[in-house]
Design a protein around this ligand. Structure first.
Ligand code: ZN
Length: 159
């Protein structure tokens, strides 16, 4: 199986440690300074920042998105292996999954299984901001409190 690499000129500040990666992508209102070429559709997408490579993510991908008023994806899509969660952080818009319309706004989260035929649009008069997370469907084991390990180490912050 060949992974399709998304080439993206991302000029973001980053910070690395042995066990962490951090990026500072700037205000979400300036996400339209990021562009990428869709590798199969030969078109430029503006306002979407994929962070997998920047963060060295190994079990998920996500993108930070700004969808201007009146804009939308011009096609439906499905996924082969990854479920998606769209987390809406500001604005209003609509998703459709298998023809069903879902009105979304700040605080809405929409999870879509791999075969769901999906699309998104911003039918409002303000910008719509969302984060789209992808992870392999069915891969999650124990989560949050079951997976976390509380440590005895003291917590020290700089004064
Ligand atoms: Zn997708």
């Amino acid at each position: 199986m060949t992974a399709i690499t998304v080439k993206q000129e991302a000029n973001v500040k980053s910070q690395q440690g042995e066990n962490f990666s951090a990026v500072h992508a700037g205000p979400m209102a300036q996400l339209d300074s990021f562009q990428l070429e869709h590798p199969r559709m030969k078109r430029t997408i503006t306002g979407k920042l994929f962070v997998r490579d920047l963060l060295k993510l190994s079990g998920m991908q996500f993108s930070m998105n700004k969808l201007p008023a009146g804009r939308g994806a011009p096609f439906l899509h499905q996924h082969k292996a990854n479920e998606e969660a769209y987390i809406f952080v500001k604005g209003k818009g609509q998703m459709q999954v298998d023809g069903e319309i879902i009105d979304v706004e700040e605080g809405s989260i929409v999870r879509i299984a791999t075969p769901g035929k999906r699309c998104i649009r911003n039918n409002s008069s303000d910008d719509l901001y969302f984060i789209c997370v992808q992870a392999k469907e069915g891969s999650l084991g124990d989560d949050t409190f079951g997976d976390g390990i509380a440590l005895e180490d003291p917590v020290n912050w700089p004064a």
